[in-house]
Design a protein around this ligand. Structure first.
Ligand code: UDP
Length: 328
């Protein structure tokens, strides 16, 4: 009997890649998604439940129909800039939705949860390398909402034995090298796909958000991790829970920081084309630098990132964007 895993946000960018990885690992991923930002076409690796985390009855029905042994929880609003403009929506969707989810999980006796949190929970920390013990001081509503969900999960762990692995992601990039799934947001706001769009002429130019940060070249520094490596960590985190290893927080980053300018340079090398850019103002809510300094996932989960280099992430994202029928 294959074990079912409820994957919230399973029709989204990371969720769809995770469903593929879970199916490869022998699980049946059940994608639960309201399609507000996800794509029905991305659900290819298991059943699909079109539902909303605000709808407790839909959650109860999914738990009782599929009897999942665990939940992998991706569904969320995740844009830093947007979260600063409309914080209420972020708090309602992310926090209330997650609260409904963990209540439904506990009610159904499904006591294993893998949660996608974020390095945005750390906030701006003067460029120090971030590890799981770094105090969390989010500077945007997105990060604050994710930190609140971490607290909820820990409370439910203490009260009801909800076993949990919390992953704090750095910047996820790239796409399935087999191009079965890839990155598709509407509207697209992320750096690498926007660079590729500018190179391909799908948009006039990439706007660089700020060049006066306290970083070596003045642009923001981020730690980019390949989506395939990221979802591999999720499978490992799930297996960790299923053998009863207990509650743990893991950073998922490559451990190397790259500025926006360095990503631009790498895009130029990979594509052999100039990236048209314009210089713009800082984006509200952006930290100057977010880089993981942790080896915990490598040491404890045996996670070994294989594709998390800029050239590979950009090349995989490029291949996906060149797939016939791709539109953005
Ligand atoms: N960025 C940029 N121009 C854009 C989009 C992003 O300069 O059009 C910068 C952004 O300020 C950040 C980095 O690229 O420093 C990565 O942003 P992204 O939105 O991809 O991910 P986030 O860091 O918000 O999760």
């Amino acid at each position: 009997m294959q074990q079912h895993i409820l994957v919230t946000g399973g029709a989204g960018y990371i969720g769809a890649h995770a469903c593929k990885a879970l199916a490869r690992a022998g699980f049946v991923p059940v994608a639960f998604d309201n399609l507000s930002t996800g794509w029905a076409e991305a659900v290819k690796f298991g059943p699909f439940v079109q539902g909303d985390l605000m709808d407790s009855a839909a959650l109860d029905a999914a738990f009782s129909r599929y009897r999942p042994v665990a939940v992998v929880h991706f569904a969320a609003l995740s844009l830093v800039g947007e979260s600063m403009k409309d914080p209420g929506r972020y708090w309602r969707t992310n926090v209330n939705g997650s609260l409904n989810l963990v209540e439904a999980a506990v009610k159904a006796g499904c006591l294993n949860l893998v949660f996608s949190s974020t390095c945005a929970t750390y906030g701006d920390q003067d460029g120090v390398l971030l590890d799981e013990e770094t105090p969390q001081h989010p500077i945007n509503a997105y990060g604050a909402s994710k930190k609140a969900i971490e607290e909820i999960i820990k409370n439910f762990g203490a009260a009801y034995g909800l076993n949990h692995v919390i992953f704090r992601y750095f910047n996820v990039a790239g796409a399935d090298p087999e191009a079965e799934v890839g990155e598709q947001h509407r509207p697209e706001t992320h750096l690498i796909p926007l660079m590729l769009d500018a190179i391909a002429g799908r948009r006039p130019a990439l706007t660089v958000f700020g060049q006066d940060y306290p970083t070596p070249d003045g642009t923001c520094v981020r730690d980019y991790v390949h989506v395939m490596d990221l979802v591999d960590a999720h499978v490992k985190g799930l297996e960790w829970l299923l053998v009863g290893r207990g509650n743990r927080v893991f950073n998922l980053g490559s451990g190397q920081g790259f500025s926006v300018r360095q990503v631009l340079d790498a895009s130029r090398v990979v594509t052999n084309r100039e990236v048209p850019i314009v210089m713009g103002a800082r984006r509200e809510g952006d930290a100057a630098s977010l880089v993981s300094g942790s080896v915990r996932a490598r040491d404890e989960l045996g996670w070994a990132p294989k594709r998390s280099t800029l050239p590979v992430m950009i090349a995989d994202a490029l291949a996906w964007s060149q797939k016939p029928g791709f539109s953005r």
